[in-house]
Write a protein that binds this ligand. Structure first.
Ligand SMILES: [Fe+2]
Length: 179
């Protein structure tokens, strides 16, 4: 289950109902997929073969097609990051810049953990969404954000896109953002 930290106040939101209410108010989609569906041999594994990735995608085929039909995604894949990923520090450095996209950014976490840092409304400012297995999140189109790993430094997620142009990150230079 996701947890929220509001950066300006250090307030944490940890109850499921309140997390959903907060994210909904910030226009961030928050749903769940059943984490127990994953076959044992791909569970909690971060170096994935193409066959492993296909296993994860077919395990969640119904969920993927449901959300794709509802929200217009046309392509999907698996992203896996861990300390075994070549150039992980460089990849994270690139990720850790506030940016926007021309479409929403959807991730369904199937192993590990990660954080989206998202710019909320004026009153809220930036907040962290700490994600765990089973969490599905969508950062709205045009909403400044970035992603990074947590202490465990490992994550696997399903990504869904409407079109390839949506993958591009447009830098968002925000003097109000403090790391
Ligand atoms: Fe992004």
């Amino acid at each position: 289950m996701a947890q929220i930290r509001i950066r300006n106040t250090n307030e944490r939101i940890e109850s499921e109902d309140q997390v959903l209410e907060f994210l909904t108010k910030q226009n961030v989609l928050y749903e769940h997929w059943d984490a127990s569906k994953l076959p044992e041999h791909v569970n909690n594994k971060f170096s994935l073969t193409d066959e492993d990735k296909n296993t994860i995608l077919s395990t969640y085929d119904e969920e993927i097609r449901e959300i794709a039909g509802r929200r217009g995604y046309k392509v999907w894949d698996i992203v896996a990051l861990s300390e075994a990923t070549p150039n992980l520090p460089e990849i994270l450095k690139k990720f850790e810049q506030v940016h926007t996209h021309t479409e929403d950014e959807v991730r369904a976490i199937t192993a590990g953990r990660g954080i989206f840092i998202i710019k909320g409304d004026e009153q809220t400012g930036y907040f962290d969404v700490e994600l765990t297995v089973g969490d599905v999140i969508s950062v709205p189109e045009g909403q400044p954000h970035f992603f990074t790993l947590m202490d465990n430094k490992a994550i696997v997620a399903v990504r869904l896109f409407i079109e390839p142009a949506g993958w591009v990150a447009d830098p968002f230079d925000d003097p109000a953002f403090v790391k």
